[in-house]
Design a protein. Structure first.
Length: 114
């Protein structure tokens, strides 16, 4: 078991977690290294900086505990209507391309990948 933002729970059975874990992303996708920046959202958070590619009501899996879907039917419809050329769920290619350009510009100014 793991706990994010609940360091009081961490013990021999429960490990510290990170919702967005730069170290795991690095080990899985960037074997030559990745410069990532920690960006906690609240006390005891260990998350790395990230860019969200999703939108509410876009995941068709229907997990009971998911905070991102309020309407399962809308989520299935959004998923089925997804523009496969778009980098972001719930948005068209032109919108996602604009956001990607903005992120590239922002990253070039900060020299940070995440």
């Amino acid at each position: 078991m793991f706990s994010c933002c609940g360091d009081y729970l961490v013990n021999g059975s429960i490990e510290k977690a990170h919702c967005i874990d730069g170290g795991i992303i690095e080990s899985l996708f960037f074997p030559d290294g990745l410069r990532y920046k920690d960006k906690p959202t609240r006390k005891e958070c260990g998350c790395s900086a990230s860019s969200d590619i999703g939108a509410y009501d876009t995941c068709p899996h229907g997990c009971v505990y998911c905070y991102a879907n309020m309407n399962k039917q809308k989520a299935r419809e959004s998923f089925n209507n997804h523009d496969t050329e778009s980098a972001f769920l719930g948005y068209g290619k032109s919108q996602s391309d604009r956001w990607l350009d903005e992120m590239k510009f922002s990253r070039s100014k900060s020299n940070i990948l995440f």
